[in-house]
Design a binder for this molecule. Structure first.
Ligand code: NAD
Ligand code: 0WE
Length: 258
């Protein structure tokens, strides 16, 4: 097999729930370029699946449980990573959660507890991961997260998550500023709608997919493999001057004015 450009690199990937997860598409793309992967999965319920997926990567990796809402679990995860791989090069944060109660209500109805959980899991977790990855990223590298257009423009029903993604994108810029001198780049990918676990059950999601497909300049929906390919590009030489950016992978939908 040809030597991939990520041979000898270590990547941490948070947010693989199943084969449809965008994190899985990125894990596969990085792995097929030769990176060694560690998957952080949410909880016991996902363990068997995550372990099986890690084993099935082009370059078989491992899976470690990590609820990103728990500092103790993050500490254990990173301690285990540090034991196995003293240097980390790539980190993917592909995690978002708002309590159903909050996602289902307009912003002016959100309760404090639901706001705090939404921002804890969808925003703070990226900072919590950056804080722990930073000392291991001694060769520089890439911190990557996933966001959505609802951060920038009002998207019906995205509600509290729109404000969380706006905070996440601002965090990308501040982290890029802080970590740039260490050679650590920080970016976000912003795909158009994709039918994953996190999108299923959103009322009207199927119509939304159809609308995007018809309106986007490229007249197509983004495919998970394209999200993986973009993440591979950012991890490559081609991404080496890109930091602090939110990069749209939406067939051009976000450029439209009407
Ligand atoms: P997904 O459900 O496959 O991924 C979400 C992941 O978050 C799951 O793996 C879940 O286990 C994880 N997670 C939630 N709470 C967690 C916790 N406390 N600890 C650890 N992990 C936790 O769905 P997805 O669509 O692949 O979502 C991944 C990212 O992509 C999210 O940030 C989402 O906002 C973003 N995104 C999705 C779309 C879309 O249309 N699907 C579009 C743009 C951006
Ligand atoms: O970020 C998201 C969704 C993230 C998400 C999904 C759920 C469903 C289950 C966060 N929290 C929860 N909580 C649950 O209980 N996306 C980008 C996908 C998405 O969600 C939407 C979208 C799109 C696109 C909601 C409304 C409108 C569009």
């Amino acid at each position: 097999m040809n030597k991939g450009f990520l041979e000898g690199k270590t990547a941490l990937v948070f947010g693989v729930a199943n084969k449809r997860s965008l994190a899985w598409a990125i894990a596969q793309a990085w792995s097929s370029e030769g990176a060694s992967l560690v998957l952080g999965y949410q909880g016991e319920r996902l363990r068997e699946n995550a372990e099986e997926l890690a084993r099935s990567l082009p370059k078989p990796g491992k899976a470690i449980g990590c609820d990103v809402g728990e500092d103790a679990e993050l500490d254990t995860f990173f301690a285990e990573v540090a034991r196995e791989a003293p240097v980390v090069d790539l980190v993917l944060h592909s995690v978002a959660f708002a309590p159903k109660e909050a996602l289902d209500h307009e912003l002016s109805e959100v309760k404090r507890d639901d706001f705090l959980v939404s921002f804890d899991i969808s925003v703070y977790s990226f900072l919590a991961i950056a804080r722990r990855a930073k000392p291991l990223m001694t060769r520089g590298g890439l911190l990557l997260t996933l966001t959505y257009y609802g951060s920038e423009k009002v998207t019906p029903q995205y509600h509290i998550m729109g404000t969380a993604k706006a905070a996440l994108e601002a965090s990308v810029r501040y982290l890029a500023f802080e970590l740039g001198p260490r050679g650590i780049r920080v970016n976000a990918l912003s795909p158009g709608p994709v039918n994953t676990l996190a999108a299923r059950g959103i009322p009207g999601f199927v119509q939304m997919l159809k609308h995007h497909q018809e309106k986007a300049p490229l007249r197509k929906l983004v495919e998970p493999a394209e999200v993986g390919a973009a993440a591979a590009f950012l991890a490559s030489e081609g991404g080496s001057a890109i930091t602090g950016q939110t990069i749209y992978l939406d067939g051009g939908y976000s450029i439209l004015g009407a």
